[in-house]
Design a protein around this ligand. Structure first.
Ligand code: NAD
Length: 284
């Protein structure tokens, strides 16, 4: 298939706007869809801020910033996805919601479009069952923050064909990312390994083993991690962390993935981390 130039991103949250940014920086034309103008405005403001920081650091020239911004078309109408060669779903981590989104995509997407999901944990094969052509469906799992992180975890579903897999591997590499393939299994590799560590840090806090600051400092200084597990949970979003743990717990059937009650409590209170300015820490 011809190199991918026209991309659609569904969801303008922290992952969606980051994915839109890297494709636009790579010269691709991006349609970014969300449910309302407020979400799109927040998404575009985040892209502007992120590009602005790259200009400040001398990593990007001001005209390149302007060019990248002009390549992103935000909107709420899924019909704008009709000519996209690659559509990446990056909406909230919830199976029912994603299924509904793929129902809408089915109506508008071109027959040969590649449909990808940025899900953190949900089965690619299960999501593929809801699209027109499961052979053209794949997991394209970017890391947070997308403009800075090198990895893209690429996950084939049961029916993903070689053409789709190769096109996605090539596209990620063309953006300057490093794609790494893995099989479809709950949480793939990244979150199957990461989330139990985060959950254990939350249990340590819950049981009064140490303060949040001390837990993070011990893991940073002792394990050479760039960020502590509780600060990382705040960055990922506590709702997303809980959803991933629920998928691991249910689909792997092992009690070791049981989400910490304190995590459930924070999510119930609406303290979701950086995106709501309060999680294990407070943010201005
Ligand atoms: P977020 O809460 O920041 O953003 C989700 C966005 O999806 C919101 O703007 C919301 O309005 C939008 N949305 C909801 N329903 C929609 C619909 N029907 N159509 C279009 N948009 C809709 O979440 P996020 O952190 O960006 O996560 C998005 C996806 O990326 C999830 O599947 C998550 O698991 C995955 N992911 C997250 C991280 C992370 O660190 N946060 C990392 C990798 C992957």
């Amino acid at each position: 298939m011809a190199a991918i130039q026209r991309v659609g991103v569904i969801g303008a949250g922290q992952m969606g706007n980051g994915i839109a940014q890297v494709f636009a920086q790579g010269g691709r034309h991006v349609v970014m869809i969300d449910v309302n103008d407020a979400a799109l405005k927040r998404g575009m403001e985040t892209v502007q801020k992120s590009l602005g920081k790259l200009v400040e650091k001398g990593k990007l020239q001001p005209p390149q910033m302007g060019n990248a911004l002009s390549l992103i078309a935000p909107g709420t109408d899924y019909a704008a996805l009709k000519d996209r060669q690659l559509i990446i779903e990056a909406a909230t981590e919830n199976l029912d919601l994603k299924r509904k989104i793929f129902e809408q995509v089915k109506v508008v997407a071109a027959d040969d479009a590649i449909i990808a999901t940025n899900t953190s944990s949900i089965s690619i094969t299960t999501l593929a069952a809801g699209v027109k052509n499961p052979a053209r469906f794949i997991g394209m799992h970017f890391m947070n923050p997308v403009p800075l992180m090198q990895l893209v975890e690429v996950i084939r579903g049961l029916d993903t064909d070689d053409g789709t897999f190769n096109a996605v591997m090539e596209t990620a590499a063309a953006l300057g990312k490093t794609p790494v393939a893995c099989n479809d299994s709950p949480g793939f590799v990244s979150n199957r390994v990461l989330l139990p560590m985060i959950n254990e840090a939350i249990f340590a806090l819950h049981e009064g083993v140490a303060s949040a600051e001390a837990i993070d400092q011990i893991m940073k200084l002792g394990m050479n991690h760039p960020i502590g597990p509780l600060a990382l949970a705040d960055l990922i979003g506590l709702d997303t962390c809980l959803s991933i743990l629920e998928v691991l717990h249910r689909d792997l059937g092992d009690s070791k993935y049981r989400p910490c009650p304190l995590l459930r409590k924070y999510v119930a209170a609406g303290h979701l981390g950086r995106k709501t300015k309060r999680g294990f820490y407070k943010y201005e």
